[in-house]
Write a protein that binds this ligand. Structure first.
Ligand SMILES: C[S@@+](CC[C@H](N)C(=O)[O-])C[C@H]1O[C@@H](n2cnc3c(N)ncnc32)[C@H](O)[C@@H]1O
Length: 211
């Protein structure tokens, strides 16, 4: 599949399942928020961008904590839910791989279950996007489903909807961010109740200042 095909398919899928996503996950991801909290303590400034923010859970959590957060997503319907749930937050509809430089620089970047919808070529482009968005010493947080294969998957929330997934290894992410300092890495073994029977990883990397 081309980058264009993947992006189109993934965006269309999230447009269709936005309401189910809200019913399944809004305000229930407390386990993940533990890592978002940890990430937020790793940098000094307040500017955070949540790339692929979906229904806005992480963006809203950090806004409540006093951070200045922009949530970005390609899916209009996911953003409609986000705006409905968190009207005080800032959300923008954009493709992560096509961000304008006018967004400026950030102290923190969130990528929560987004890298699983990117193939190898997209991940390399994403790394450049993160490099450009972060101030030196800024931190990127990644949550991802672990594995070792690319597949078209029936969405756990609606079996009729198929979308591209890249189940990644932690070492793939470590290699991608090899010129950053890793701040934490934790894996959570699947306990069989979540959407995919696979482990998850939570990682933060700090961008090194170039001397
Ligand atoms: C699994 S959801 C995760 C949502 C949220 N980050 C969370 O942790 O609940 C993945 C989100 O990434 C968005 N997304 C995927 N590829 C994207 C792209 N290229 N640009 C912008 N958003 C994208 C999808 O529209 C979807 O809302």
């Amino acid at each position: 599949m081309t980058i264009k095909d993947i992006t189109k398919q993934v965006t269309a899928a999230y447009d269709k399942i936005a309401n189910e996503y809200q019913n399944a996950y809004a305000e229930t991801d407390e386990f993940d928020l533990k890592y978002v909290e940890l990430f937020s303590q790793l940098f000094q400034g307040k500017r955070v961008v949540d790339l692929g923010c979906g229904i806005g859970t992480n963006a809203a959590y950090l806004t409540r904590k006093g951070f200045d957060v922009i949530g970005i997503d390609n899916s209009r319907k996911m953003l409609d839910v986000a705006k409905d749930l968190y009207p005080q937050n800032t959300f923008m509809q954009m493709n992560i791989l096509d961000l304008p430089s006018s967004l400026g620089k950030f102290d923190g970047v969130i990528l929560s279950y987004v890298v699983n919808h990117f193939n190898k070529e997209m991940l390399n482009k994403l790394k450049t996007v993160v490099d450009n968005l972060l101030f030196d010493d800024g931190v990127v947080y990644i949550a991802a489903h672990l594995g070792n294969e690319e597949r078209i998957v029936s969405d756990p929330l609606d079996a009729n909807i198929q979308l591209y997934y890249n189940f990644l290894s932690a070492s793939t992410l470590n290699k991608l961010f090899q010129n950053y300092d890793r701040m934490f890495i934790e894996t959570r073994t699947s306990f069989g109740e979540e959407e995919f029977l696979c482990d998850k990883v939570f990682i933060a990397y700090r961008k090194k200042a170039v001397l």
